[in-house]
Design a protein around this ligand. Structure first.
Ligand code: ADP
Ligand code: MG
Length: 710
């Protein structure tokens, strides 16, 4: 076993346990690498907190939950899935023997739907709270209520001595952990609960700012800095921050070239390793292995290395001051993924990475003036820059006595974003015109899919294409079905799987292509060769197969025997008929009614169909081939999966629809007006959003009718 006993958290375990014993909620602040994620759960376990319920530890990322559970099982010398397990979307590696369970925040939210009291847990650690992921923020609100309700219930039972000890509600404890100094904010939210600071073992870090800002060509500046460190600074690993996978892989190539062109003997060997969230876990853990004697490592990482993964041995940090951040504009429904400036909190956190093992240096590729006067103070939490469709449906499905608009958010989202979500859910029939969740909405939130896909899947039951829709949903949910650098646009018509047989399906866009690829792979016995031939990632396909099985299981009803896998084998080379492909396009139109676009007259640009403001957009170059008419025009109506702004607005992953299907949903899109909903709770809206938030144009500003029950 490793020397985990010397980690700061271990040294203070007695004090932490005393704080947990005396309080229902505590906040633990400790710098990255102090052992919050891997040790806290074990400390609680060893103190007996798992004797009448499990210990849950949430993680914002899937890979995080899996990697950490593996590590903790290893440290305890137990088999993963027994005493220590994990649960993430589409994968449950826990059992009745599990006492410590790592799970994504999203998975814990889903468990709340089935068991609102979360009775199986005695203590919940909301880990990495500083990341403020959307789902963690929702858990803040829900767990705050739950701690109160479970513990009052228990107190009442104690007074009346009601029930045997086994049927009594268990006390619920909550531990919130953070790597940054936002403890006071969390504490204030949880009724001024105690904040426990774990003193770090941080060595001084010398911070060097550049004399000019290098924010425009930060990659070249960062690479130059790495080379300077390597050729002139004493031993010690380098951690360089960049913004994403493609950028990281390219930069690594350039560093290799630069090292190769150094004069012989001018510097030692340099091992360059990537680190980003979508990197396969077995490649991620390479950063935990120290470099061989006499070798320097350079880890090129996204901001996962900022707070979630500790790279040991780092002495030099190169910080270009940027990060890739997603933001959503409710008015147009557009997502943008932009490289933006990091906040001062992040800059401090990055610099701290250099001082874990000995005094270090942080090279900032921006000026001191920029840092002091222009850099934002803090990063806006995800809840304030995301689409809230899934979140609002989820909260509505819990049927809390308090409405979504009055929900006790740590930082409330913008009113416009809540209204946008309400409007979209009305269009999908998940809410009725009073804003209550419908039976259909409840079924949608029970599926582990985003609302649009869930709606399409439910429609598929009516229209006879469940099997096809499950395949498409699984392929879309797997994310990496194409190899890096490959995409649907690279599968040419002539290459189409099934050859001549399926010519009539060619040119129907991404969803249909994904379906054909899935069916082709399945018919080819899930072979490696098929995957290679079409530029597909075998790991992604296997994941899609697992997802597919699960969705299939959920759809399984005695009356639908056709959508069942035979005992472990693929059900032959089942292929969609032309009618089923049509039905698939129809159900996508129903599910993605909020994501439809119409071609401009005599022009191959599109405009989204939106009640408030349609957005002009082009097809993204990565889109699968679409059939053109005799005039060279693309289909009039499209369903799109994403509207993204990169250099300009693009539609990604599209499927041609038909005028008659669009006509069915169009009245709903155009009339879905949240005025009634927001009037019904106008006080709530103002209250939820705090004062001073501008009302969006769609929201009524008339006096509240007050027809919504409190
Ligand atoms: P925190 O959550 O406070 O940031 P962790 O519990 O993640 O800290 O990490 C504690 C220590 O364990 C760190 O020194 C880290 O490098 C090490 N560690 C964490 N995960 C692994 C792993 N999978 N393999 C090897 N070392 C690990
Ligand atoms: Mg951690």
């Amino acid at each position: 076993m490793s020397n985990t006993g010397s980690l700061p958290i271990r040294i203070f375990s007695k004090d932490i346990l005393a704080a947990v014993k005396n309080n229902d909620v505590i906040v633990v602040i400790g710098e990255t690498g102090s052992g919050k994620t891997t040790q806290l759960s074990q400390i609680l376990y060893e103190a007996g907190y798992a004797s009448d319920g499990m210990i849950a530890v949430t993680q914002p990322r899937r890979v995080g939950a899996v990697t950490v559970a593996k590590r903790v099982a290893e440290e305890r010398g137990v088999q993963l899935g027994r005493e220590v397990g994990y649960a993430v979307r589409f994968e449950d590696c826990s059992s009745s023997a599990t006492r410590i369970k790592y799970l994504t925040d999203g998975t814990l939210l889903r468990e709340c739907l089935e068991d609102p009291q979360l009775k199986r847990y005695s203590i919940i650690v909301l880990d990495e709270a500083h990341e403020r992921s959307l789902n963690t923020d929702i858990l803040f609100g829900l767990l705050k209520r739950l701690v109160r309700s479970r513990n009052t219930q228990r107190a009442k039972e104690g007074e009346t001595e009601a029930g045997s000890s086994s049927s009594r509600a268990r006390r619920l404890k909550l531990v919130i952990t953070s790597a940054t100094l936002d403890g006071e904010k969390f504490s204030a939210y949880f009724g001024n609960c105690p904040v426990f600071n774990v003193p770090g073992r941080c060595f001084p870090v010398d911070i060097i700012h550049t004399l000019e800002d290098h924010l425009s060509d930060y990659v070249s500046a960062a690479i130059d800095t790495v080379m300077q460190i390597h050729t002139s600074q004493p031993d010690g690993d380098i951690l360089m921050f960049l913004t994403g996978q493609a950028e990281i892989e390219k930069a690594i190539g350039r560093i290799h070239q630069a090292v190769a062109s150094l004069p012989a003997g001018s510097a030692g060997p340099l091992v360059v390793l990537p680190l980003y969230a979508s990197l396969p876990p077995e490649l991620q853990v390479r950063v935990f292995r120290p470099a061989p004697e006499g070798t320097r490592r350079c880890i090129v990482a996204t901001n996962v290395a900022e707070t979630s993964i500790t790279v040991e041995g780092v002495v030099y940090v190169v910080d270009p001051g940027v990060v890739k951040q997603k933001s959503y504009q409710p008015a147009s429904g557009m997502d943008s993924l932009d490289v933006v400036a990091i906040s001062r909190v992040q800059a401090t956190q990055r610099a701290g990475r250099a001082g874990r093992t000995k005094p270090g240096k942080c090279f900032r590729l921006y000026t001191r003036t920029y840092y002091e006067h222009k850099m934002p103070n803090v990063t806006a939490p995800e809840i304030q820059r995301s689409s809230l469709v899934g979140t609002v449906l989820y909260l509505k499905s819990l049927q809390l006595e308090v409405d979504v608009l009055n929900f006790d958010f740590l930082d409330p989202p913008a009113v416009g974003a809540l209204e946008d979500a309400l409007r979209q859910l009305l269009v999908l029939d998940a809410l009725d015109s009073d804003g209550n969740v419908t039976p259909l909405g409840l079924r949608m939130s029970g599926l582990p899919l985003e609302p649009a896909l869930a709606r399409a899947l439910l429609a598929a039951r009516e229209l006879g294409c469940v099997r096809e829709m499950i395949s498409v949903a699984a392929m879309l949910s797997s994310e990496h079905v194409f190899l890096a650098g490959q995409g649907p646009g690279d599968v040419a018509a002539g290459d189409h799987p099934h050859g001549q047989d399926s010519r009539r399906y060619v040119g129907l866009g991404d969803h249909v292509l994904l379906l054909r690829l899935w069916e082709g792979w399945e018919a080819a016995g899930c072979s490696r060769e098929f995957a290679r031939e079409y530029g597909l990632d075998l790991r992604g396909l296997n994941f899609a197969r697992d997802i597919r099985r699960q969705l299939d299981g959920r759809q399984q009803r005695p009356s639908s025997p056709q959508c069942r896998w035979g005992g472990g084998t693929a059900p032959g080379a089942a292929r969609a008929s032309a009618a089923q492909v049509d039905a698939l396009r129809h159900v996508l139109t129903i599910g993605f009614a909020n994501k439809l676009a119409r071609r401009l007259p005599r022009h191959n640009g599109y405009k989204t169909l939106h009640a408030v403001s349609g957005q002009l957009a082009q097809l993204h170059p990565s889109c699968a081939q679409l059939r053109e008419d005799a005039d060279g025009l693309l289909p009039e109506f499209l369903v799109y999966h994403e509207l993204v702004a990169t250099s300009r607005p693009f539609l990604r992953q599209v499927c041609p629809s038909r005028a008659e299907w669009v006509a069915d949903v169009l009245p709903k899109i155009m009339s879905a007006d949240v005025r009634r909903l927001s009037q019904g709770s106008s006080r709530g809206l103002g209250g939820a959003a705090g004062s001073g938030q501008p009302r969006s144009p769609g929201g009524g500003d008339g006096g509240g009718g007050g027809d919504r029950g409190g």
